[in-house]
Design a protein around this ligand. Structure first.
Ligand SMILES: [Fe+2]
Length: 302
């Protein structure tokens, strides 16, 4: 494939992290790892881990009040950004599987959690994945191997795809944009361990290597994101908890207008919210917490 190299090769050195001899794809036992295991097992997470009062928060001089930790204190720093590259396309479809019956390639599942700065899971986080096909080609006309999804109530995501092919100038990688409601967008890339080109790709960063193993019918990868999102509570703090509803349409927006949770919007759709008109940038199903002013990746002022 005649593919240009991905984007800006002059990635700031500040984003580089050399760890000679590091065991790529495996991480030391950490509080986040404990959280991850507990969440995956569906067991209660010890309050000491969720609240992490001793590690992540401090009581101020007046007592009682706490401040958010600037980062997770067991090495779980915010996931580093990387170049978007030339192949991102907006308006990817909402789907967790990029595989269809005709897909060629080695099946790959990527699962993980999205955490904030206190290592608490974040729900309703938008993840937009795009990657090359088995031959190393991007679909720049359609949406093959492109899709977005949201973390569930436990902060977990699952992507079904294939191992992306190689193309000139780059090692094997998957692109992703990650955004918690109302927060800035993290654009980065995920890598595979033990790839020969990891040593020659100047964009590659070992901090972004997934844990990958052989599974039934394909390969299984895991990666947890940590977003630069302050957290002070003991539960996931992202989505406003204004109303508990069992309806599929959700509450009316507090600001009034035509926007409504539960509605499926397509790119180009127009709504009003809080007296302001917005145009949809990417097809999605609206959710409470994803009101137009809070998600610049989905809506812009018309
Ligand atoms: Fe790429």
């Amino acid at each position: 494939m005649d593919a240009p190299q991905d984007g800006d090769r002059s990635t700031p050195e500040g984003n580089r992290h050399d760890t000679p001899g590091a065991e790529m794809g495996s991480r030391q036992f950490s509080r986040k790892a404990v959280l991850r295991a507990a969440l995956a097992a569906g067991v209660a997470v010890p309050a000491a881990l969720l609240g992490v009062p001793a590690l992540a928060r401090t009581v101020n001089a007046k007592g009682g009040a706490v401040v958010p930790t600037p980062s997770c204190h067991d090495g779980d720093e915010p996931t580093i950004p990387q170049t978007e590259g030339p192949y991102f396309k907006p308006n990817s479809p909402l789907r967790t599987s990029l595989v269809d019956p005709g897909t060629v390639g080695t099946l790959l599942s990527v699962t993980g959690y999205v955490f904030g700065l206190a290592c608490l899971p974040l729900r309703d986080v938008l993840l937009d994945f795009w990657q090359a096909d088995d031959n190393g080609a991007y679909d720049n006309y359609g949406y093959t191997f492109r899709g977005h999804q949201f973390t569930n109530a436990q902060g977990m995501f699952t992507l079904s795809t294939i191992v992306p092919g190689l193309y000139p100038g780059r090692t094997r990688h998957i692109h992703v944009k990650v955004q918690a409601p109302g927060q800035s967008i993290l654009t980065t890339q995920l890598y595979f361990p033990n790839e020969p080109r990891n040593n020659t790709d100047s964009i590659f960063d070992p901090r972004l290597v997934m844990t990958v193993r052989d599974g039934s019918g394909g390969r299984e990868a895991t990666f947890d994101f940590v977003l630069d999102v302050p957290q002070t509570g003991t539960t996931t703090p992202t989505t406003p908890t204004t109303t508990t509803t069992t309806t599929t349409t959700g509450p009316n927006p507090p600001g009034g207008g035509s926007w409504a949770a539960g509605t499926s919007y397509a790119a180009g759709d127009r709504v009003t919210y809080g007296g302001v008109a917005y145009v949809c940038l990417q097809g999605h199903v609206a959710q409470t917490g994803w009101e137009p002013p809070a998600v610049p990746a989905l809506w812009r002022v018309a």
